[in-house]
Design a binder for this molecule. Structure first.
Ligand code: GLA
Length: 660
């Protein structure tokens, strides 16, 4: 063992806080070590195991093996990193860190050696505080920087994640620089990941301290967490570049809390943002879909592009996002991201994303891995929570590629069983050469009837032309309310004879009209229900984040036997089928929030806002919301965050009911 007892017993750093003199400089200075020229790629156990027992030597070795077996090393993944809970709570007599022998019976160096034997790199974790974040209280490196850095280097560590817990109020710049200097003094190249959660705006001062810095609090395995972090990280694009990356936290892809469509968005958006790509799922249990997402080389190429430019937001309107990333060879990566719960058409153009004027462009679909061309329009109908990603190139030989064809529908059909419901599909040729022998098909589950009432084929669709097809959809008598798959496919023949199929996954909803009389919102089936925290509850408040853990709906002391317990941002929608006339509720912040929280309550009918409560706080008594919903096919109850973020926004729709 390499002994440095003196350094270990005497804290390396004083507990005083020197005044910092940093100011924003341009261009940002960076570490002169040439490390992390592209965002680090690898694995970290935290998101899948936290401190559970399965985090051990076997797991880490298994992941390293899978990096090779599944082509992930080949795709660029290098670092196999340990997170919190690898150590024992006490240092040894020499002040050295000790691995937990139950997890790592052969010590850390043995694991690092194994990882290195596979041609991979090895990372570790500790905190810029007296202890790490876990309540078991594992040792942190504050005051032990020199000794701990030396120990990491001796073990063969290539990457250090340095957390922020138990920092004793010592200035962050001081703490993170102390470890930077200690790592440098070891002489070993070690990627340095600053994890202070964006608390001290590290993007403004850390470009010459670490290679990457967390910009937010911890991600969790949910759509709302991923989305929240995305929105915090996007505006920080100007601060990222080779050797200095914004870190919106590790990937949740494959952990089970999101759909594969959502995980595809997560991965595509992180790649667009030049984020570190640290796999956070236990690959030993991963599905083929998870591997397919993580190993998408077309997307990884965006993340790892040599220019290192984080994508910027070109447009964002009503949940339709257009992100653009300028690439080293002049290409543009364009992500069309649909935040909403319905398919959305999102459109931009080659000129708008910054490409020079030309008659045509190459358009590569990075999920399909397919080259096509466009005369300028970049467009797709993007499924709910999905992301379409293109790589667009100025290419004189654009016409060598088949024309891009865009398939869309005019919404999600709401189908009452036995009644034919209309849907229109469109298939547009975005290219400059004809799409020949076009055939459109709409596939519904067995027992459904789907009929085209206008032409569903075209011998040739010239560049710029659109084929519109009207359909009638009938659900079988016994179909239960809920969502059913409805897939649109458009097939055409390219000029070179190739048959090309474009598929748009979508859905139809079987709905039942509300009964005549008074119908309580909690007793009707919901078309959709979304809550910022925990599920929407029937006849109770939200309570904690589990289903059914709320209390009686109570606003300013007034209790309601019936109603909905929501939490901002929330949206619950109903099928009213033109059969209701009025909606009524008593709204406000539930008393379980105390005086805290603020929210706005809105009633929408078929895309139009009928009424709103104005911002309400935890101090307000209930307000009445009445809306005339005559003729509406759908009604949406929306809760906004009152403009100040969603904390404590437990929002009740007391007594919520329709007259039908
Ligand atoms: C903090 C970090 C997480 C994780 C845990 C470990 O919360 O932000 O990424 O490392 O600590 O305790």
């Amino acid at each position: 063992m390499s002994a440095q007892p003196a350094a270990a017993r005497t804290p390396d750093t004083p507990a005083t806080t020197p005044v910092s003199t940093d100011t924003a400089r341009s261009p940002a200075p960076r570490l002169p070590d040439g490390l992390a020229k592209t965002p680090p790629m690898g694995f970290n156990n935290w998101n899948s195991t936290h401190c559970r027992a399965e985090f051990d030597e076997e797991m880490v070795k298994g992941i390293a093996d899978l990096f090779l077996a599944k082509g992930l090393k080949d795709a660029g993944y290098r670092y196999v990193n340990l997170d919190d809970c690898w150590a024992l709570p006490e240092r040894d007599a020499n002040g050295k860190l000790v691995a937990d022998p139950r997890r790592f019976p052969h010590g850390i160096k043995a694991v690092a050696d194994y990882v290195h034997s596979k041609g991979l790199k090895f990372g570790i974790y500790t905190s810029a505080g007296t202890k790490t974040c876990n309540e078991a209280g594992f040792p942190g490196s504050l005051g032990h920087e020199v000794s701990d850095a030396r120990q990491f280097a001796d073990w063969g560590v290539d990457y250090l994640k340095y957390d922020n817990c138990n920092n004793q109020g010592v200035d962050a710049r001081y703490r993170y620089r102390a470890m930077r200097d200690a790592l440098k003094a070891t002489g070993r190249p070690i990627v340095y990941s600053i994890c202070e959660w964006g608390e001290n705006r590290p993007w403004e001062w850390a470009s010459d301290v670490g290679h990457l810095w967390r910009t937010t609090g911890d991600i969790s395995d949910s759509w709302s967490s991923m989305l929240g972090i995305l929105k915090q990280n996007l505006p920080l694009a100007p601060y990222a570049g080779p050797g200095r990356w914004n870190d919106p936290d590790m990937l949740e892809v494959g952990n089970g809390g999101m759909t594969d469509t959502e995980y595809r968005s997560h991965f595509a958006l992180w790649s667009m943002m030049s984020a570190p790509l640290l796999i956070g799922s236990d690959l030993r249990k991963a599905t083929p879909e998870t591997f397919e997402i993580l190993a998408n080389k077309d997307l990884i190429a965006l993340d790892q592009d040599a220019a290192g430019k984080q994508a910027t937001v070109l447009a964002s309107e009503d949940g339709r996002w257009t992100l653009v990333k300028e690439l080293a060879n002049g290409d543009r990566a364009v992500a069309l991201f649909n935040e909403t719960g319905q398919p959305q058409r999102i459109t931009t153009s080659a000129r708008q994303v910054g490409l020079p004027q030309a008659d045509g462009y190459r358009l590569r679909d990075l999920w399909q891995h397919r080259d096509q061309h466009t005369t300028g329009t970049i467009s797709a109908t993007v499924p709910a929570h999905g992301t379409t990603v293109y790589r667009v190139s100025a290419d004189r030989r654009w016409a060598d590629h088949p024309p891009a064809v865009e398939a869309g529908t005019d919404g999600i059909p709401l189908v009452e069983t036995g009644t034919p419901t209309a849907l229109r599909s469109t298939v547009g040729n975005l290219g400059g050469t004809p799409a020949r022998d076009v055939r459109v098909a709409l596939r519904a589950p067995d027992g459904w009837q789907v009929t085209a009432t206008s032409p569903a084929t075209a011998r040739a669709l010239p560049g710029g032309a659109t084929l519109r097809t009207d359909w009638e959809i009938t659900a079988p008598a016994g179909a239960r309310p809920g969502a059913y798959d409805l897939t649109l496919t458009a097939a055409h023949r390219a000029p070179d004879g190739q048959r090309i199929t474009t598929t748009l996954p979508g859905s139809a909803h079987v709905v039942v009209p509300p009964p005549a009389g008074t119908a309580y919102a909690a007793e009707l089936p919901w078309l959709t229900a979304a809550n910022g925290w925990g599920p929407v509850e029937r006849n109770t408040s939200v309570g904690e984040s589990e289903a059914g853990d709320g209390g009686q709906l109570t606003i300013g002391g007034a209790a309601f036997a019936k109603g909905l317990g929501a939490h901002a941002p929330s949206e619950v929608s109903f099928y009213t089928g033109g059969r209701c006339t009025a909606f009524h509720a008593r709204v406000g912040i539930d008393d379980e929030s105390g005086d805290k929280g603020s929210a706005g309550f809105e009633v929408w009918a078929d895309g139009e806002r009928l009424t709103e409560s104005g911002t309400m706080t935890g101090k307000d008594t209930a307000r009445t919301v009445d809306a005339d919903v005559s003729g509406a096919r759908t009604v949406r109850l929306v809760v906004t965050d009152g403009g100040d973020g969603v904390d404590h926004d437990h929002a009740d729709w007391g007594d919520a009911r329709f007259s039908c």
